[in-house]
Design a protein around this ligand. Structure first.
Ligand SMILES: O=P(O)(O)O[C@H]1O[C@H](CO)[C@@H](O)[C@H]1O
Ligand SMILES: Nc1nc2[nH]cnc2c(=O)[nH]1
Length: 344
């Protein structure tokens, strides 16, 4: 029994006899690691460990801190937005649709992270679109930038406390479904949370019930009514043949996928793959926002081995396709906002 033996090893390497069971209690180990003097607990972390713990807690955003950021934005813009938009790679022009914009650079917003990726300007734009107050993130935060998932999706909670009820999340993604072509739009109706499979979640840590429940359900996360409205809009725009409804998966990045990984994702029913959105959707659903999300297919993912360089994904291509297709994406978003406006 390997597990049993290894626990005995730990006990003997500490030079102490374990109890009758051969196990050390957690309490015993904890006491051993701290020196008590005058009723004070002296921290036995090394300076590096201490720094790591401090940095981890700096990445936690308590409710009050998020409220402060929201108050700053509402006060600074004089607007309580109803819809929050997250612009994907190269899709920053979605925020250019906003009338009478009040622009906040991320670096000027207290306690806000900064964008580090090309195609993510790092600005929050608040104003009016199709008669609805909206706020748009021109630039999102990705896990591969070094931000923990809770920090990547913290702005969604800021949106919530600003008054946002609907989240529109957009992204650039690789098309795995062989029927998808570069430039197509995939309306997300579900996701496969690969980072979640690996035990990572934006909701990790103590749960604050003011945001939502400890164990939120994620079935029906993507609002069916909004998907149907978007399908109708694509028909009205005459682009229905290049609009699909499918499943997105987020990997940690920043590497693009291997052929074996892409084949595995396809077997799991994934239609498009990226490095974002899922943790934002989880955070939005946790605090009961209605979610609409779409992927712009910026590249076709190869599932056959080949030496051809042009079959390898690259960010320049992603950006170029997003630039080419931004008009259609903008129209889809503004028409959907107009539909929501009718129901308000
Ligand atoms: O998901 P968005 O932010 O649109 O960007 C996608 O495009 C970048 C890779 O080209 C990655 O950041 C990936 O997530
Ligand atoms: N992971 C991933 N992200 C992308 N973003 C745009 N294209 C891709 C892709 O092929 N894979």
């Amino acid at each position: 029994m390997t597990g049993y033996n290894s626990q005995n090893d730990v006990a003997s390497s500490n030079g102490n006899q374990a109890g009758a069971t051969g196990h050390k209690s957690t309490e015993y180990i904890a006491q051993e690691n701290h020196t008590r003097s005058d009723n004070r607990i002296v921290c036995s972390l090394t300076p590096d460990e201490f720094r790591a713990v401090r940095m981890m807690s700096e990445d936690m955003y308590p409710y009050e801190m998020i409220q402060e950021i929201a108050d700053f934005l509402v006060k600074g813009s004089g607007i309580r937005p109803k819809i929050g938009i997250i612009c994907g790679s190269g899709l920053g022009s979605l925020a250019d649709l906003i009338q009478n914009p009040k622009v906040f650079e991320y670096s000027k917003i207290p306690n806000f992270p900064v964008s580090t990726v090309e195609g993510h300007a790092g600005k929050l734009v608040v104003g009016c679109l199709e008669g609805v107050n909206v706020m748009a993130m021109q630039g999102r935060f990705h896990y591969y930038e070094g931000y923990p998932l809770a920090k990547c999706s913290m702005p969604v909670r800021v949106m919530k406390l600003c008054g946002v009820e609907y989240l529109f999340a957009t992204n650039a993604a690789g098309g795995i479904n062989p029927k998808y072509a570069v430039g197509d739009i995939m309306l997300m109706h579900d996701h496969v949370n690969m980072l979640g499979f690996a035990g990572n979640s934006p909701l990790q840590g103590p749960n604050d019930p003011r945001f939502g429940p400890r164990f939120p359900a994620l079935v029906n996360s993507y609002n069916k009514d909004l998907i149907n409205k978007a399908i109708d809009i694509s028909k009205a725009m005459g682009i229905e043949s290049s609009v699909h409804v499918g499943v997105y998966s987020c990997l940690g990045g920043p590497t693009y996928e291997t052929i074996a990984e892409l084949r595995a994702l396809r077997m799991m029913g994934v239609d498009a793959v990226g490095m974002s959105t899922v943790h934002e959707v989880i955070t939005a659903r946790h605090c009961d926002m209605k979610v609409f999300a779409f992927s712009l297919i910026t590249n076709k993912c190869a599932t056959e081995y080949s030496e051809k360089k042009d079959e390898e994904a690259n960010h320049d291509e992603v950006m170029a396709v997003a630039k080419n297709k931004q008009k259609a994406c903008c129209e889809m978003v503004s028409r959907l906002v107009a539909e929501i406006q009718k129901s308000l």
